[in-house]
Ligand binder design. Structure first.
Ligand code: PEP
Length: 249
């Protein structure tokens, strides 16, 4: 039985003035024990958020594959751990788009995070033109082939299917398209890491998730939670998604 995970991604949003939102989200998470909740905040908020979050896991949104070195402006897994992070996103579409990161980069970053005990949310997803060309499945399968860590295991790894055209746009795939891609990902995982591990691994949906569509999407087969950007920035918008997950758990 896979517990639902609702993870927020604050992207480049949030100052200390927003810490009361973290506290309110943590309180809502504590009131929904059937669901796992996490919040991935900007690097600068990891330490202060971890201090007010109670049991709510606080994560990062990216990291460098090396533990230290001459990499100006980057941050490493040991640094994240020292600040209080317990997980990180890797391979997010905005990293792939803005920073030209590849699936191999995501593979290296996931390994670095795991070496230091961080949980990982590994993202994949096609562009709109790739879907229009009928290539969505192949693109996503290839991303997983290139980025899935060698020792992938549900105890520390979660996948997130995030069609890149759905992120921050208000557009979402149809329920059939989401269910179909999640089934493809499950089958791919089974081939790569065997049935037992594949069936235990959570596959989140991400892309314009909000209170209004959350419960419906989260009830789909093989949808084990949500990675939520814009709607995770305030407790007011994020709590209905947590409640939606609880209602289908
Ligand atoms: C995301 O950034 O992972 C995401 C899903 O963003 P949004 O919910 O804003 O589309």
């Amino acid at each position: 039985m896979r517990r639902k995970l609702v993870a927020g991604n604050w992207k480049m949003h949030g100052l200390r003035a927003q810490l009361p939102e973290v506290e309110a989200i943590a309180a809502a998470a504590a009131a929904a024990p059937a669901v796992d909740v996490a919040l991935c905040v900007p690097f600068t908020l990891i330490h202060p958020a971890a201090q007010v979050a109670g049991g709510l896991p606080i994560g990062a949104q990216d990291l460098h594959e090396a533990d230290q070195g001459a990499h100006t402006g980057c941050i490493s897994a040991p640094m994240l751990v020292e600040e209080g992070a317990t997980l990180t996103i890797v391979g997010h579409s905005e990293r792939r788009g803005d920073q030209h990161e590849t699936s191999h980069d995501a593979y290296m970053k996931a390994a670095a995070a795991h070496r230091h005990g961080l949980g990982v949310i590994l993202c994949c997803g096609e562009l709109e033109a790739e879907r229009a060309a009928g290539r969505a499945e192949r693109i996503v399968q290839s991303q997983i082939e290139k980025s899935l860590p060698d020792d992938a295991d549900p105890s520390w790894l979660t996948l997130a299917y995030e069609p890149r055209w759905a992120i921050g746009t208000g557009k979402t795939p149809t329920p059939d398209e989401i269910a179909s891609m999640h089934a493809i990902l499950r089958a791919k995982l089974r081939m790569m890491i065997g049935e037992a591990k594949a069936d235990g691994m959570r596959i989140l949906y991400g892309g314009s998730g909000a209170g209004g569509n959350a419960a419906h999407i989260l009830a789909l087969d093989n949808v084990d939670g949500a990675l939520v950007g814009g709607a995770s920035l305030t407790a007011e918008k994020f709590i209905p998604i947590i409640e939606g997950a609880a209602s289908v758990s």
